[in-house]
Design a binder for this molecule. Structure first.
Ligand SMILES: Cc1cc2nc3c(=O)[nH]c(=O)nc-3n(C[C@H](O)[C@H](O)[C@H](O)COP(=O)(O)OP(=O)(O)OC[C@H]3O[C@@H](n4cnc5c(N)ncnc54)[C@H](O)[C@@H]3O)c2cc1C
Ligand SMILES: *[C@@H]1O[C@H](CO)[C@@H](O)[C@H](O)[C@H]1NC(C)=O
Ligand SMILES: *[C@@H]1O[C@H](CO)[C@@H](O)[C@H](O)[C@H]1NC(C)=O
Ligand SMILES: *[C@@H]1O[C@H](CO)[C@@H](O)[C@H](O)[C@H]1NC(C)=O
Ligand SMILES: *[C@@H]1O[C@H](CO)[C@@H](O)[C@H](O)[C@H]1NC(C)=O
Length: 638
């Protein structure tokens, strides 16, 4: 009986709406159920408004890949969830191919990674994992929860003159997120059980001058893990450097996300219809008045219609339908799909739309510009001995996966659930680089067992192929490059757009922006290497020796390291492609209340809305923004 209930509940809750597909009418329609669309849709429904949430993917809550934090790698390769988006870091393909992650397609969804592709292989670029599913990328991301910096909000307030964006006022929206989202760090006992791992972590602390006495290393490490990088009591939190735990969106070792909030909103009977397996192809407008008014959407019902999904190869043609929004339409399709959908619907740069014979509803030159991201880079070493924390972990969900058994057999005691009750990143060093534009932390240097080198087909297998690698891996925040673009490739809504990041010197260079970003990452590599040399001061813990594999000791000196950074850096927080901006900024797409300029009844709420990439991680700021959007919509104008 209980099993029956568990298996059928999601089906009952989320089976497609029964209303005739061509006669749907709602007050609000939200397109995309990820970090941006999920919360606002729930809040609107919870306040009594008939709301339709349309999602290309389906509910994968029952899929262990989305539930087990330790599967954060393989879930990005799960064909039930994944979209293989490819991007260019550099438009110049010769330069782009200096990256060993550069990928070629040999047959549909079969790839060759790196140089010397077989004859006839099609150049694709760099893999950028995305998820189609209820909850969007929050069902496959790395669970890391780092809240925004105060200045992220204050900058929007000063840019727009809308004081509701000041950090003082934004605090309430974080509290609203905390009403439905649970966050907890990895249980320290799971981490300290591995002395080789502990040895690396205390060495990292030592590189920042916080290392405990070697004889006291285990207790010292456990104490350091009490440091919360989101501290709400430390007034200097945004600029506090040091060694920190990694807070994760988990409930007792299960992934938690907005998917849970959506499911409970439906289960509790609020007027939220969730239309999964439904892909929006167009926003419809009433153009009879002086200002075009968004009236609804056209969609196609069907599984895996977007061609970035490997399952699109076998998908049946979609069944067209449409829905009307009597109040407003909210686009939350993510930093790539939101600008694509706006453009396909006639809202975007006139010249680009005309090139594709799309009739222009509103010429908005900023749509699909200003694409931003972090830069990330690893320093990886290989040991003589395995990390014991990974003993028995096969990361494949098969019956022989001992770590899965441990996770499944101890559902309530986090400390007993083992390596899968963590995303694998044991701790982080937070640093303000010498090249930062403010005192805010601009580098997180994560330590964890694994061989993480960025994203490419098969990346997750490589991370855990053996258990003897360790990585200090840097995420550079508050990057300065605004030069990325998302452009149409065709007028077919199921084709992915053309995405160019224009990294480093091919992007924003004013004031030496590109050098400052690259130099800070070189500094982070230096710090990582200092941490690795401190390791041997803690030999009392019995960890084995290691060799550096990447970049490799031979890559030394600022010039060589900078070239390495430019060749291999990657990102995974794509954002800012439909930015909020000043009223007089011709490239602003949204006003401070998420309204698309020049049209009525249309808002954007997702990673696209930021004028500047916020904080160090982006899921938390997006959830917060989504709660703010709900408040703005529900409580009207300022
Ligand atoms: C591998 C990886 C790891 C990450 N790890 C972290 C992390 O640890 N911490 C962190 O803070 N951030 C992380 N991120 C980033 C973060 O998860 C995303 O930035 C965030 O989820 C983006 O939210 P969004 O609402 O803008 O878009 P999404 O979450 O992508 O949601 C968009 C949704 O819209 C749907 N959709 C798109 N187009 C249509 C259409 N036309 N019709 C219907 N539906 C449509 C999609 O299916 C999707 O479900 C990670 C990202 C990746 C790729
Ligand atoms: C999890 O994802 C992998 C691919 O990364 C896939 O092979 C496996 O079948 C998925 N597991 C489940 C339970 O769907
Ligand atoms: C965690 O996930 C497992 C597997 O999906 C499920 O059986 C269990 O009920 C979940 N626990 C919580 C607290 O949600
Ligand atoms: C646009 O329309 C013109 C004239 O009908 C046609 O020649 C051209 O091929 C069209 N372009 C596209 C991209 O469809
Ligand atoms: C990195 O360390 C090297 C060697 O100590 C030093 O010469 C260099 O200036 C450092 N680079 C940065 C960017 O901090």
């Amino acid at each position: 009986m209980k099993l029956f209930y568990l298996l059928t509940l999601p089906l009952l809750l989320l089976s497609p709406v029964i209303t005739a597909a061509n006669n749907l009418e709602y007050e609000y329609i939200v397109v995309g159920s990820g970090a941006g669309g999920g919360p606002v849709a729930c809040r609107l429904a919870r306040n009594g408004h008939r709301t339709l949430l349309i999602e290309a993917g389906n509910d994968q809550s029952d899929n262990l890949n989305t539930t087990v934090p330790g599967y954060e790698g393989i879930v990005t390769e799960d064909p039930a969830v994944r979209w293989d988006i490819f991007v260019n870091h550099y438009e110049d393909q010769t330069r782009a191919q200096r990256d060993p992650k550069y990928t070629w397609e040999t047959a549909p969804f079969e790839y060759h990674v790196g140089p010397n592709p077989p004859k006839g292989a099609k150049p694709r670029g760099i893999l950028y994992p995305r998820a189609q599913s209820l909850g969007g990328c929050t069902t496959h991301n790395a669970l890391i929860w780092i809240t925004a910096h105060d200045s992220d909000w204050d900058n929007i307030a000063s840019l727009t003159g809308d004081t509701s964006w000041t950090h003082d006022n934004m605090g309430q929206y974080l509290q609203k997120v905390n009403e439905w989202l649970h966050v907890e760090p990895t249980d320290p006992t799971i981490l300290v059980s591995d002395q080789q791992l502990t040895q690396h972590c205390v060495a990292g602390a030592a590189a920042l001058g916080e290392g405990p006495e070697p004889v006291n290393a285990v207790r010292g490490f456990a104490n350091l893990l009490a440091n919360d990088p989101n501290s709400q009591i430390n007034p200097a939190r945004d600029s506090t450097q040091g060694f920190f735990q990694v807070p994760l969106t988990m409930t007792a070792g299960n992934r938690s996300s907005v998917t849970d909030f959506i499911r409970s909103t439906v289960a509790e009977g609020f007027p939220l219809d969730v239309r999964t397996n439904s892909f929006v192809t167009k926003i419809t407008f009433d153009q009879s008045g002086a200002i075009p008014k968004a009236t609804g959407v056209e969609f196609q019902d069907g599984e895996y219609l977007y061609r970035a999904s490997p399952r699109s190869l076998n998908s049946r043609p979609g069944k067209p339908g449409s829905a009307e929004a009597t109040k407003e339409l909210i686009i939350s399709a993510g930093a790539y799909n939101t600008p694509q959908l706006l453009k396909l619907s006639g809202v975007g740069p006139k010249r680009e739309l005309e090139k594709f014979n799309i009739s222009v509803v509103k010429d908005l030159p900023g749509v699909g510009t200003n694409l931003m991201d972090r830069y990330e880079i690893p320093v990886n070493v290989r040991h003589n001995k395995d990390f014991s924390i990974l003993d028995g972990c096969t990361f494949d969900g098969k019956p022989h996966d001992e770590c899965l058994k441990k996770w499944e057999n101890n559902p309530y005691v986090l400390s007993q659930r083992g390596a899968y009750a963590t995303n694998g990143l044991a701790a982080t060093l937070a640093v303000t680089s010498k090249y930062a534009s403010s005192s805010n932390i601009d580098m997180f240097i994560f330590g964890g067992p694994g061989n993480f080198q960025g994203y490419f087909p098969g990346w997750a297998e490589q991370v855990t192929a053996d258990h003897s690698h360790f990585s200090w891996y840097t995420l550079k925040a508050h990057t300065r490059n605004h030069a990325g673009t998302v452009e149409l490739q065709s007028t077919d809504p199921f084709d992915q757009p053309k995405i160019n990041f224009n990294y480093f010197d091919t992007g924003t260079t004013v004031g030496g922006a590109d050098d400052l970003d690259a130099d800070s990452i070189v500094q982070a590599i230096n710090i990582s290497r200092n941490a690795l040399s401190e390791y041997y001061n803690y030999d009392i813990l019995g960890g084995s020796p290691f060799v550096e594999e990447s970049p490799g000791q031979e890559v030394a000196g600022d010039v060589e390291l900078k070239q390495y950074v430019k060749d291999v850096a990657w990102g995974h927080h794509a954002s800012c492609t439909a930015p909020i901006g000043a009223t007089n900024d011709p490239l602003a797409v949204l006003d401070s209340e998420f309204r698309v300029h020049g049209v009525q009844n249309l808002r954007v709420v997702d990673a696209s809305v930021f004028p500047e990439i916020p904080g160090v991680f982006i899921m938390a700021p997006i959830y917060v923004v989504s709660e703010k959007a709900a408040d703005v919509i529900l409580n009207g104008l300022r």
